[in-house]
Design a protein around this ligand. Structure first.
Ligand SMILES: NC(=O)C1=CN([C@@H]2O[C@H](COP(=O)(O)OP(=O)(O)OC[C@H]3O[C@@H](n4cnc5c(N)ncnc54)[C@H](OP(=O)(O)O)[C@@H]3O)[C@@H](O)[C@H]2O)C=CC1
Ligand SMILES: N[C@@H](CC=O)C(=O)O
Length: 332
């Protein structure tokens, strides 16, 4: 039986669901000859680890390897793979430092958290030092196979020249519900309770979560450094209800809907609200679904379309679990 040791960082909506998936898939994984061994779980302030450290010991083969490394005057970090997967289901940029360190220890990394890959190019390059050891499918489109599909297209030498899509489950859900007549303030709270939003929903509303870029739905005086999440949800967001309702109504009179769209074409990358015909592929999108149209040489006239649930703890955690199983060959 192959054993994959995991350390889970972040045990919120996605992290807890991942643990539940791991537990409920025990017999399925056993049939596949795999056992996921969660050796530790941490949140922002604490870490719980398996009690084995009190009852088990490093095996003799490993001790001999320690001696060999030290005899050669090297650091213990030069030891052959520690064989541990770090799974980041936090929403924090503070995990980046740890992840950068464990790359050098030969560990694998699986991310639902987008921040370590999107803050600084040096961090991205560092985390990608060993591309086979990192997976982050759930950072785009939750459990949808977006990154894997793109990689397959690119690896086959098929150049991608345009990608257009709607990649925010929260904004998709919010737009659909506001079109249905509900106030923005109410649907954002519902989206949060359904597990679609980021811990601070302003990350979604600002577009930060889509591409760390802005077409802001909220004014400066409601920025996170001025107003807490709680205050924003309790009072701030209500002040935006009328404006959003009006924008949605005006678009509707023209037979259109508002969608949060991302376009990547050549070196151009844009995200923002667009008014689109109700009947267009993006206009027909409902609820928290994401859609992505990929145009390449092979998919030129008719794009490759990936569509489905783009947010939610269940589908996101399933994507993380699939990523972990995808790197199983790296474990003895
Ligand atoms: N929900 C979704 O649909 C999707 C979510 N994601 C991503 O998944 C991640 C998790 O989302 P979600 O579960 O909804 O968020 P939650 O806020 O529910 O959970 C995040 C958890 O991370 C913990 N945490 C905060 N800082 C650290 C730290 N420095 N080290 C370790 N843990 C920390 C928090 O613990 P504490 O209690 O101590 O603060 C909290 O329990 C996010 O990055 C999100 O972008 C990706 C795709 C879809
Ligand atoms: N908050 C995000 C969740 C996935 O990344 C979204 O709404 O799409």
């Amino acid at each position: 039986m192959k054993s994959i040791p995991l350390l889970l960082m972040g045990c919120g909506g996605v992290g807890r669901q991942l643990l539940q998936h791991i537990v409920s898939c025990r017999s399925l994984h056993a049939n596949q000859g795999v056992h996921l061994r969660v050796v530790g779980v941490c949140d922002s302030k604490s870490l719980v680890v398996a009690s084995d450290v009190f009852t088990r010991e490093l095996n003799d083969k490993f001790l001999v390897e320690v001696c060999r490394v030290k005899l050669n005057g090297l650091s213990l970090s030069k030891l052959a793979d520690f064989g541990l997967a770090f799974v980041d289901c936090s929403a924090s940029s503070e995990t980046t430092g740890v992840l950068n360190r464990v790359v050098d220890l030969g560990c694998c990394i699986v991310l639902a958290n987008k921040k370590p890959l999107t803050s600084r190019l040096e961090d991205y390059d560092k985390l990608y030092s060993y591309p086979r050891r990192i997976r982050h499918e759930s950072t785009v489109g939750a459990g949808l196979p977006v990154i894997a599909s793109l990689n397959r297209i690119l690896l086959s030498g098929d150049p991608v020249h345009r990608i257009i899509g709607s990649l925010s489950g929260t904004l998709g859900y919010v737009m659909s519900e506001v079109e249905g007549g509900k106030p923005l303030s109410e649907v954002v709270k519902t989206a949060k309770s359904l597990g679609f939003t980021e811990p601070d929903p302003r990350d979604d509303l600002s577009g930060m979560d889509v591409a760390r870029k802005i077409e802001s739905l909220y004014p400066d005086e409601m920025e996170p450094d001025v107003m807490s999440v709680e205050e924003f949800l309790a009072t701030g967001i209500k002040l935006l209800d009328n404006d959003v309702e009006e924008r949605v109504k005006k678009a509707s009179l023209r037979g259109n809907v508002l969608r949060y769209v991302c376009v990547i074409e050549g070196s151009r990358c844009e995200v923002g609200i667009q008014e689109l015909p109700k009947t267009s592929a993006l206009g027909r999108l409902k609820g928290s679904d994401n859609v992505l149209e990929i145009y390449s040489r092979c998919y030129n006239e008719q794009p490759l379309v990936i569509q489905g649930a783009g947010a939610g703890n269940d589908t996101t955690a399933a994507g993380v679990l699939a990523d972990i199983l995808d790197i199983q060959d790296l474990f003895p």
